[in-house]
Structure formats: C-alpha cells, structure tokens
Design a protein around this ligand. Sequence first.
Ligand code: ADP
Ligand code: ZN
Length: 699
Amino acid sequence: MTIAAPPLADPRALAPARKVLAEVFGYREFRPGQPEVIASVLARRDTLAVMPTGGGKSFCFQVPALLASDTLTVVVSPLLALMKDQVDALRQSGVAAAAVNSTMSREDQAAVMEQAVSGELRLLYVAPERFGDGGFMAALRRANVGLLAIDEAHCISQWGHDFRPSYRDLGSVRPRLGNPPIVALTATADPLVREDIVERLQLHAPVVHVAGFDRPNLRFDVIRTKSIKEKQELIAAKLKTLGEESAIVYCGTRKKVEELTDYLQRQRIKCARYHAGMPDDDRRRIQDAFARDSLRIIVATNAFGMGIDKPDVRMVLHHDLPDSLESYYQEAGRGGRDGEPADCVLYFSQRDRQLREFFIDLAHPEPHMVVDVYKRLVEFQGKRTHIRELMTEEDQPGINAAVQTLVDCGLAGRQGQMAWATRPNGEDEIDTAGLEAHRDHAVRKLDSMQHYAESMTCLRARILDYFGETGHGASCGSCGPCIAPPARIIGALTEADDRLFHALRAVRRRFADEANVPPFTIFSDATLHEMARRTPRNRVEMLSVSGVGQVKFERYGEAFLAVTRAAAPAGGAPAGQIAPGPRRDVPLRSREGKALNASLRRTWELFREGHDIPAIAAQRGLSTSTITQHVVDLLLAKEIDDVSRWVDEMTMARIRRAAGEGPIGPLGPLKEQLGESVSYDQLHLARAWINTRERGQAS
Ligand code: ADP
Ligand code: ZN
C-alpha cells in the first residue's frame, strides 16, 4: 500500500474551511484529524480517514462539499436511517442536501436528481445499490460530481466486521462519474482492512490519516460477574441511575436480548428490544423513537449499530463479550458523540469467551473439516445430499460455512440445505491457508478483547495501545482500574443550570416534533449545556455558543434566547462571560417601519417563543389561515426571515419552476398546476418570500 504523508495543514488553506465550520455549523475548533483530512480532500487527493466513532468524520466531507459551490459531493452510506439523520441535520443548518433511495417514488427521485443536475444540491446521499440503477447513473453522469465520499468504508472488506456485499462493486463507480477524488472514512484500525479499502476502491497514492483514537469523555469500566443473574441485577441498577437520558445495552445473541429485556421490564425499567430477527417496521419504529427521545433504553444485538448517530447517548453497557476490541470500541463509541461524558461498561464473566468461540467455529471452519466435507460429498458421486448427512458429529458448527467455502472454490453446488460435489479430485484447490488465516485472525481479535476484559491496568491505555497510538499516559485517571473504588463523577452543571437545561430541551423537543426530525439535529445536548451554563442574552452571545450556526440562529435562536434570557442573572454578566448586549425588547414597529397591529404582534411574540402556526392558532383561538396570514405579513415586514420550516427546499424549487419568471401574482393557477401536494398556505408563504427576497418586489 502506498501511503503518502498528509500534506501539512497550511493554516491559510484552511481559513475558508474554518469559516464554514463556524458559520454553517457553529463550531469554533476542528476536532483532531479533521484539519488534515479536509486539507487533503481540498487538495483533491484520494484520502483514507481513520477516526474513532464519534470523532467527527462527517465534517471531513461536508465542509469540503460546501466549499465547492459548483460541484456535487456524492456520499455513499450503508443505511437509510444514517442518511436520513445526516440529511436532516444538514438541512437544519441550511445546507442543500438530499438522499435518493429505493423507498422513494420515481417522481421524488427524479426531483432530487434534477436538483443534483442543476447544481442546486451540495450533497447527495445514496446507498451503494443505487449505482446499479441505470436511470440513476444516467442522471448522475449529467451532474458535476466533484467528490465521492464513502462512509463506513470498512464495509467493503471481508476482513472487516461489517462486510456488505453491496459495497463490493464500489471500485468501479468512480470512472463512471468522471473520476472525482475519493475520500473513504472508517473507524476500523485493522491494517488488513485498511489495505483492502485502498485496493478495492483503487485509491491513487492515497493520503492515509489515522486520527487520535482517544475519546477523553468516555469512561471505561469492566465489572466482573459470576452469573447471568448477577449481570442482570448490576445492569438494572446501573440503568436506574440514568435519569432522563439515553442508553444502549448490547447483548451477544437475540436470545440474550430477549431475556435481558424481559428482566429489565419486570424491574419496571422502560426499554425496547432490537435485533435482526424483528420485522423491519418494528426496527425502524424503535430507531426513530430512540432518536426522538421518546424511548430511552435499547437492548440490542450488534444489528443496532451503524444507523445510530444519536450524539447524546450517556451509557453503553455490554452484557456479553464482543468479538474484538474494534467492535467493542465502535459500539462503546456510540456513547458521548457530543463530547459530553458517557459511561462504557463491560460486564464480564469467565464463561463469556465460549460464546464467541462458538461463533468463530460457525464462521471459520477449520481447514481439515472443509476437506472432510468435500471428501464425503465426492463419496456421494455428485448426488444431492442433505447437509445434515455430511456432519461427522451431531450439531457440528461451521458445516454451513464449510459447504459455502466449497461452493466459493467451485468444488460444490448448493441449493438450500442440499449440496453436491461438482467434480472429484479438487482437494488441492481448497484454500486451506486462507481458511487458517481467517480463523487465526478471528482468534487473535478475541484474545485482545479478553485481555481488555481482564485488565488490571488502565483500560483507555489498553485501547490506545491496541490501535497503535503512542504518547499517551499509562493511566488516564478516569477508567475503572484507574479510579478503584469507582467514584461517581459529578456532572459539571449546577442544579439551576440543570433546570435550565431541561427547559431548553423542552423547546428543542417542540421544534423537533413540529419538523418531525430527531431533536439532536436541532441542537446537541452539548450545545444546550453550554447555553445553560452561559445563559446568552442576545444574538452575539447566542452565536458564540458552540453548535449555533447562522441558519440555526435564524430559525431557533430567539426561541432559545427567550428561555436563557429569563434565566440570566440580573445586572452584569458573571465573570468569564461575554458582557451582555443591550436588552432587545419587543419593538412596536417592524424593521420596515410599519406599525404592527396588536394581534399581529401577539402572533409574532408567540412565534419568537418557538410556537409554530397550529400551536399559535390553538392558543389564540384563531384559524390557522389567519395565523398563516400573520406570518405572511411578518415575512413581508422582514420580521421573519425563513420559510423553510413550512415550505421545504424541494417544494420551494417546484413552486419557483411552476411560477416562471418575475414576481408571483394570483395563486389560483399555481395551485392548479401543483395540485394537492402543495397547500394554499404554503403557496402564500412562498409567494411572500419569493416576491420580497428573490424577485425584488414587495408583493
Ligand atoms: P463519526 O461519523 O466520526 O462517528 P460524526 O461525524 O457523526 O462522527 O460526529 C459526531 C458528533 O460530533 C456530531 O454530533 C458532530 O456534530 C460533532 N462534531 C463533529 N466535529 C465537531 C467539531 N469540530 N466541533 C464540535 N462538534 C463536532
Ligand atoms: Zn485509565
């Protein structure tokens, strides 16, 4: 593998990237690794970024995507839920992003592709299967693709723990898109997997960046137990300390998920189960409820995984031993993505290793067993034989994998549970060395996991050593072995801050429910904590809170300010805070100088408190069309600066197209043209917006 040193991150070259980070996303500092990866992407180099889960991989392609205003960034992502969350989050920040997937109607797909081709979109999210769709590829070829970002890139490797067949053909996609540079991103540190990624994606002299793997806000612990019962009791006790926040409990099998969920529910702990044996609909519902905070605790197999980028998970507990430290760190890393503390606890008993060994036998049969199975098939002289009859002992794990290996070597055929030899004398073609290597690899990974579970010294240091990170201390001072006996670290918030934090969460919740998006896409917990601590009183102070970008301020800033202002201490700001700006009282006149009548003003106040049209209508006992008219007036008076919460980007684009050029007149013809999918209220709002902001006429 050719590895180029990352280009030195020239601070000047990164100035525009910092500007985007601050203005669009509201963050002041890059996280470790982001500057190097972004610099490499901006230099149009092929790049492989290895960063821990929660390390901030998304900005590595999102920031460059926003800097390239004339090209499209295509993002390949393995799961719909993951794409949806990222697209929601980007749109909340005012970024033109969309996803196309097979669950959308043909028209909706076409509308998105039209935006992609016209240059309106900055980021387009797709699942790898899309590239096999002729219509999609034809449309995409007309778009100006400037960057191909491949998220969760380890899915391309069979050495990885998440191999997905749909990723296999990604290597051939780039030439069909006009050869844009590729940035591949993964949290997997395994060198074999990295090499595989570079090879299969055919990266040209890639810059490989491995970011710091330390996640200082995660607190690691291992609790040794003697029985399943003890594990269950300890996990229940731990979950009872959770309060209103979110947790994931991982189990090694579906059966254990079922058992633990039942136990916890008997203990009156509200939780839901999640595993691959459940219907898709149920799984989607649970993921959604979790993202939206209406469900706090999920008990799951590792099937609950990649789609989860909820930043405010406060505990990740493991009921069973994972298969490798990679898997463990990836799963535990789903805690505390927002940078706030999270507890990662592994509950371990000596017998746990057996379960994993069984799984290794299942997936990686010993070479001699594959050879034996082949010999038996040959004895049957090509006759179809039930796999059961090939076993030498009862219930032989790995028999399926053994037959599959023979099929892959071209020595056997298979249909369901029936198999047959395709020819005799093929023994030498069985790749015994390869089988042995796969098996060894898996056993070595399990060993490293067990060493972690039995460690008497700093757990963080063990993880960092495993990932090849040097220069860290021998003791982190926060993990189990470092602070025995366990001391509970008190959160940084005072009680008053905590009350305020919950009030801010309630406002966030309301916006999220109205827009039907997960709360964290509005603001993260970390952002709300900072608001609670600093109680901003004006726009400038609010914009200086990490996570508050321009668009989000325009959308939500006032509603949150209404809460923080009320809680801000009277008089001067406490030491260390920004001096308060002049208190902005509700003006009697709009910025355009028009007097706002009392009714309009009341609507405006309620709007600023964060209520949306139906809520204001209900509260005031007026119809929604009256309140919509108020909002139209406020838009015209430039008191409201955004319509995207009522008219999404796609609808707006359709209205613009249907309206043709010039200021928009009567709405009847437009309504006729656009049909049921666009309401009159939306047309009213869009007309006010387009006529005053885009087509220079005050309607
Ligand atoms: P990954 O894909 O590496 O697991 P994400 O890209 O989902 O991680 O980022 C995890 C969280 O960290 C997100 O909530 C994101 O907004 C936040 N984040 C990323 N970069 C920064 C940064 N430079 N400053 C503050 N927060 C960041
Ligand atoms: Zn430690």
